[in-house]
Design a protein around this ligand. Structure first.
Ligand code: DX5
Ligand code: ZN
Length: 222
């Protein structure tokens, strides 16, 4: 399995955001995780398309856009125009999830569905064959720097089994409270894309990325 690190720029230093993106990209992060929050689906408001567009020229890495937004389909075209490569929407935020997934694909983006901690993995069973990625939230979305919810590991395992049973190859991303201490258990359970905000951007971001990649290498060689 190939493992990918997706640093969440929510934890970056916004006064030098472009530079922070370049740093983690140069250190080996393949995805840049972009947390868009609307103040409705989640309590806080983060940033939106103008910020995303302004850092698009910093890197050609995958822009992985995590939409913590009610009815995110309303913004699919704007996400694409701002440089989004993968648009991930919450199952809980879409009245017509199947249609929203189709809409994302029709714009030429990869499609992901995110599940809040309390949302069962079975809720994506019937759309799994249309998805590029499922995001298992390991904190309640809305803020960086929260404590990891351990039962997320079991959800990853159950989802990986469901994907294999159907003979599909869907990425499993985990987001929230992930650090060097618990990432190994998530890879063991079947996750292959790891989001990390505070664990990457605290102190030396390049060094932190390299530490994650070292753990990924050990797991790849198993
Ligand atoms: C939470 C966001 C996460 C967050 C992760 O709502 O979706 O991407 O930035 O931050 P850490 O890794 O600090 O928990
Ligand atoms: Zn996120």
């Amino acid at each position: 399995m190939d493992y990918i690190l997706a640093p969440s720029i929510l934890a970056a230093d916004f006064k030098k955001l472009g530079q922070d993106v370049e740093t983690v990209a140069a250190a080996g992060a393949e995805y840049i995780h972009i947390d868009v929050m609307d103040g409705m689906f989640v309590p806080s408001i983060s940033f939106g398309m103008p910020v995303m567009a302004s850092i698009r020229s910093c890197t050609d890495k995958v822009f992985d856009v995590h939409m913590m937004v009610e009815e995110p389909g309303r913004y699919a075209e704007a996400v694409k125009a701002a440089g989004g490569d993968l648009m991930c929407v919450h199952q809980e935020a879409c009245k017509h999830l199947d249609r929203t997934i189709q809409q994302i694909h029709s714009l030429g983006m990869k499609a992901g569905v995110a599940l809040n901690p309390a949302t069962p993995v079975e809720t994506v069973e019937w759309v799994l064959d249309q998805l590029d990625m499922v995001l298992i939230m390991s904190v309640n979305p809305g803020f960086g720097g929260q404590k990891f919810i351990p039962y997320a590991i079991e959800k990853v395992g159950r989802l990986r089994a469901m994907i294999e049973e159907k003979g599909l190859s869907v990425d499993i991303q985990v987001d929230g409270g992930v650090g060097l201490d618990n990432v190994g258990r998530l890879l063991d359970a079947g996750a292959n894309i790891i989001v990390a905000g505070s664990a990457v951007f605290k102190n030396d971001a390049a060094a932190n990325v390299k530490e994650f990649l070292k753990i990924f290498k050990e797991h790849e060689n198993r």
